[in-house]
Design a protein around this ligand. Sequence first.
Ligand SMILES: Cc1cc2nc3c(=O)[nH]c(=O)nc-3n(C[C@H](O)[C@H](O)[C@H](O)COP(=O)(O)OP(=O)(O)OC[C@H]3O[C@@H](n4cnc5c(N)ncnc54)[C@H](O)[C@@H]3O)c2cc1C
Length: 469
Amino acid sequence: MSRIEARRDEDTAVTGNLVDRLLTGLPADAVLTDPDVTVSYANDMASFCPAGTPAVVVLPRTVEQVQHVMRIATELRVPVVPQGARTGLSGAANASDGCIVLSLTRMDRILEINPVDRIAVVEPGVVNATLSRAVNELGLYYPPDPSSWEMCTIGGNIGTASGGLCCVKYGVTAEYVLGLEVVLADGRLMSTGRRTAKGVAGYDLTRLFVGSEGSLGIVVQAVLGLRPKPPEQLVLAAEFASGAAACDAVCKIMEGGHVPSLLELMDRTTVKAVNDLAHMGLPETTEALLLAAFDTTDPAADLAALGALCEAAGATQVVPADDAAESELLLQARRLSLTALEAVKGTTMIDDVCVPRSRLGELLEGTERIAEKHGLTIGVVAHAGDGNTHPTVCFDAADPDESRRARESFEEIMALGLELGGTITGEHGVGVLKKEWLAREIGPVGVEMQRAVKGVFDPLGILNPGKLF
Ligand SMILES: Cc1cc2nc3c(=O)[nH]c(=O)nc-3n(C[C@H](O)[C@H](O)[C@H](O)COP(=O)(O)OP(=O)(O)OC[C@H]3O[C@@H](n4cnc5c(N)ncnc54)[C@H](O)[C@@H]3O)c2cc1C
């Protein structure tokens, strides 16, 4: 028997033992071993991120089943990669070789919606849009709304600390996670946080878990804060002859004390891509399209004031939506942006650089320079009100030279973001994609401390290894 064959037999025996052990606490339909099936759980939606081959995929329905998986993983020293809907854009949910993929998608119950305490208690596999609609029916509002909201899960939103369109007014996921139930690496169950309006007992471990990318424990339940449902928002579209003018308008709006419920930017490339994909009739002659909204009691009046500021900043046209339906159409166009840019050349690298709003214009201008230097199409779509941009490099992955240039421009955009006092990631996370860049942003001492924290929760290093640092 060759050495390779012997190794393969050994691997099969190890996996067989692992699967047998998992089956002692999980039903057969919760343990997937067919390689044709398990391979489909290897990746999230990020390009250029290596992924390994999972040994097995498990789909638990209960906390006890998750505890069972973690006990076995600890005993056998097998890595575990938690997954939600795998819409992540940093490779943070990618499998590592021989791992247990722990998909939380079947734990998808909304356990409680409490209008008095203004909280929802949910399992991690609840899809963001499902929760949003359920609380809406009771006159409540769960604000974090990533563009992927129809697919992504609350567990994944917590894992990545995700943002969305309305963060400019309502803030990001971290501000809505009040308490968690977490299964630790060794299978113990830990409660963090609270379901009260206030609470300062001990270190804020809840916040530590938000954005931890599955590297500290498995979130099996979350207490989420809710707000009263605001009035329907009304959207305005403003066209600009340059990105700089649109960014100037953003600064004027924020400086003027306005609090829009949304302030998004799409550049000409993005507008055209959305039109090509969905025939939405957006104005392609403009260099930058700003979408703004108010969900106040008199949105038309607030939009009129904001429109005037846009005109003062050089808007060539300001068009308020007539009603909720027209507003929704504009939002749909924005939500389609990343998908539409992907269709331009087949592959994209989506950056996620966030800069102080006052430096937004410089980031856009610098991105244009980088695109020109590398001869590439880079569409920019941005949560402009947060200074959070998604310069999206469109390229043909089958062309090695274009792929290399795409990678280089992606990195130059991050370097530019740091130079402008920003961060390498405003909402998509570090994952595999930006590991080296995290070290550049937080420095060696920062990395050392973060590793030490991980060591407390995961001394054997079995939780989502190879991510973050
Ligand atoms: C078209 C498109 C638009 C997008 N728009 C936005 C946007 O506007 N804003 C934004 O922030 N993001 C956006 N994203 C990125 C992505 O949707 C978010 O990062 C989302 O939060 C990921 O959720 P998920 O359920 O897919 O998680 P996954 O991708 O499966 O996992 C994400 C991370 O969370 C961890 N994780 C998942 N579940 C658990 C759990 N129960 N316990 C512990 N760790 C867990 C994983 O290990 C991984 O590290 C977009 C993605 C796409 C494809």
